[in-house]
Design a protein around this ligand. Structure first.
Ligand code: ZN
Length: 245
């Protein structure tokens, strides 16, 4: 079975659509949260996701929009986008966002899904080996898939190793899951990459082979920026999409 793994779509429909086309055939979508916030297409993105057999977590921006996360924890630009999103969303889609779980979720197959980190599913950024180590005891499967940082990453503690080490997450080249390793894998952000590569990021998981393949795909950045300008989004949010920052 093939799974399309998405995170941090951030209401960027052009990016989401490019990813779906690039992915080819898949049976399910696992989405690690932050479907909305920052971008101009919250309804379009939710409606598109709901066409699939979907497992979806709430991210901090989803919780900000639904009033479940305090807004002073966000930057001014993020807050403005959250206010805009609240008004733009249909009642149905707002209710759907409200229904998303903000917890660690077992996906079966030895895989845990989380938006941020296992010990803080909403806010903690797994950016360093030190933080990855501190989260190892907070989930009990070999694999934890996380988002939130907008940086594709892999932190692994091999079954015969003592330390958690960051590894390079290759593009277009499958990595094998090992049942005795402990590993965090972040597929990067669909709608607002921050690793200085503006292409949309995602991953495909093959549950028969137990592999994950990271992908990047070009999308029409200008189309998203044009909508953001028309809706008077903060200019920094509009500009950063061009540079993947
Ligand atoms: Zn995010």
């Amino acid at each position: 079975m093939r799974i399309l793994l998405l995170s941090d779509i951030h209401a960027n429909y052009a990016a989401l659509e490019a990813v779906i086309k690039d992915a080819g055939a898949f049976e399910q979508v696992w989405c690690l949260g932050d479907v909305v916030g920052y971008g101009p297409d919250p309804n379009e993105c939710i409606n598109r996701l709901l066409e699939f057999d979907l497992t979806c977590l709430a991210g901090n921006h989803d919780l900000g929009v639904t009033g479940k996360a305090a807004l002073w924890d966000f930057t001014q630009d993020a807050r403005e986008a959250i206010f805009w999103t609240r008004h733009a969303l249909t009642t149905f889609n707002l209710d759907w966002l409200r229904s998303l779980p903000a917890t660690n979720l077992s996906a079966g197959y030895g895989i845990t899904l989380v938006h941020a980190s296992p010990r803080d599913p909403v806010w903690e950024y797994i950016m360093t080996e030190e933080i990855a180590v501190k989260n190892l005891d907070m989930f009990n499967t070999p694999i934890c898939l996380n988002g939130h940082t907008h940086f594709p990453a892999i932190f692994r503690k091999p079954w015969d190793g003592l330390k958690v080490l960051e590894e390079h997450l290759p593009v277009n080249s499958p990595i094998q899951f090992h049942p005795y390793d402990r590993v965090f894998i972040n597929p990067g952000s669909v709608g607002q990459p921050r690793d200085e590569d503006p292409r949309a990021a995602y991953a495909l998981i093959d549950l028969d082979q137990m592999t994950l393949t990271h992908h990047r795909v070009l999308y029409d950045v200008t189309a998203t920026q044009t909508k953001m300008k028309a809706e008077k989004f903060p200019s920094r949010l509009t500009r950063r999409l061009r540079f993947g920052q």
